[in-house]
Design a protein around this ligand. Structure first.
Ligand SMILES: C[S@@+](CC[C@H](N)C(=O)[O-])C[C@H]1O[C@@H](n2cnc3c(N)ncnc32)[C@H](O)[C@@H]1O
Length: 406
């Protein structure tokens, strides 16, 4: 007599394809651009065809790498991250937008001309032959524009709040102008690449070191000359070249993607069950909202109250992952929700983080329980510290902690 045995069903192993030549948009502390290959390799070790959630997306580089091949849930509390995710995940038919760059420049140029006509005295030329005193006087005159109300011109947020700080008056004027031009496309998918290209131009014109926590002062001729190099840059060529690159490299995308700007707990609460979560929370005590407030303001364009020398938004988000008294509970709350959603998790953390990797492993094991397999892997990695002078980068071990239902 033949006995038919139930066939043991081996889970279908699928491999996710990914892209490595992802257009670069912003300089970002803790960006995983250089680690994408390792992260996708680890994802593929446990992948079984589910959607992927990038819970703390930042530059949204993971959506850039995977978004052509799988449905993504991309989330970050900062709204600029959603713009970057929507840029990488958009479904584009560029033929509908022929002449886009020229049209944007026409609208922006009109805004620039209008402001120059209204305020003919606002001219701040930079020359290398300037004395330190002359230079600092020009900087201070621009910084004082924050006290003007600019009521005669709409869209004056950057010239008012940031002239003579991270950017010159003229650079701020072009940021406002291109932001006005972008608004004409706000109901279309190309809105996101337009704003991303502006973020790129802002980053490469800013005299600060890749973030907006503090702008540099000219204390001597050397620092003045270095700042002048940035003051003489123009927003428009950077904007044009990045948008051209994005138009050439982004195309059709038929996957369904969901992009949110939520606290990680709310994002996890909203996820369906069985998603694979990639979590890359902050690991240091510095808040992203302080370093990248100007990007948030560009996106919101909401004329916020700005505070301190760095001109930060007063409504900045404070992350529990950056506070020693809250970080343990922050991880606990994450793992508990992952378990509740029967999700898989791959967590990135560094050996210079707020708590040790052993601590995280303990919290993971306690919160996920014995129905989860938890293990860890690491890579040696050089972290950018975003400084321009000394201590530009630091060697760290970057851990990947994996938790998957057994
Ligand atoms: C290490 S970065 C992520 C970098 C990202 N993986 C990349 O490659 O660009 C951490 C991110 O967590 C975000 N974040 C901090 N607290 C958050 C919270 N409570 N909920 C959601 N996102 C948060 C920050 O805005 C920041 O973008």
């Amino acid at each position: 007599m033949n006995t038919i045995l139930n066939e043991y069903k081996v889970p279908t192993r699928k491999k996710l394809d990914y892209k490595l030549n992802i257009p670069h948009i912003i300089k970002y502390m803790g960006s995983k651009r250089e680690l994408v290959r390792d992260i996708v390799y680890t994802i593929n070790e446990i992948y079984e065809g589910e959607a992927i959630c990038d819970l703390f997306a930042g530059t949204s580089i993971l959506s850039g790498a995977l978004g052509q091949n799988v449905s993504m849930y991309s989330n970050d509390i900062q709204e600029y991250s959603a713009i970057l995710a929507k840029t990488y995940l958009g479904n584009y038919n560029w033929k509908k937008f022929e002449g886009l760059i020229e049209d944007l420049i026409t609208v922006a140029q009109q805004h620039v001309d209008r402001v120059h006509q209204h305020y003919p005295n606002l001219q701040f030329p930079y020359e290398f032959e300037q004395s330190l005193n002359e230079f600092n006087t020009i900087e201070q005159q621009q910084q004082k524009l924050i006290y003007l109300d600019f009521k005669d011109v709409g869209h004056h947020l950057f010239i008012k709040n940031y002239s003579g700080t991270y950017w010159s008056f003229e650079q701020c004027l072009w940021i406002d102008a291109l932001r006005v031009a972008a608004e004409e496309y706000s109901k279309t998918p190309v809105y996101y690449p337009i704003l991303s290209s502006l973020m790129f131009a802002m980053a490469y014109n800013a005299q600060s070191t890749g973030h907006y926590a503090q702008y540099r002062d000219a204390n001597n001729t050397d620092s003045m000359n270095d700042i002048i190099i940035y003051r003489k840059k123009e927003i428009l060529p950077y904007f044009k070249s990045k948008l051209t690159e994005l138009i050439e490299s982004l195309g059709k995308n038929d996957f369904k993607h969901i992009v949110t700007s939520l606290d990680y707990r709310e994002c996890l609460d909203n996820l369906p069950t069985g998603v694979l979560v990639y979590a890359d929370p902050p690991y240091a005590f510095v808040h992203y909202s302080r370093f990248y407030h100007a990007l948030e303001t560009l996106v919101k364009y909401d004329y916020p109250e700005v505070l301190f020398k760095g001109r930060y938004r007063s409504d900045r988000h404070q992350s529990p992952f950056c506070k020693r008294t809250e970080v343990r509970n922050a991880f606990r709350e994450m793992f508990i929700r992952v378990k509740h959603k029967s999700a898989k998790i791959i967590l990135s953390y560094s050996d210079t983080g707020m708590i040790s990797v052993e601590d995280i492993l303990n919290i993971a094991q306690n919160s996920l329980g014995n129905k989860y397999d938890v293990f860890t892997k690491y890579t040696d990695y050089t972290h950018s510290t975003m400084g321009r002078v000394k201590d530009k980068s630091r060697k760290v071990k970057e851990y990947l902690i994996v938790g998957k239902p057994i």
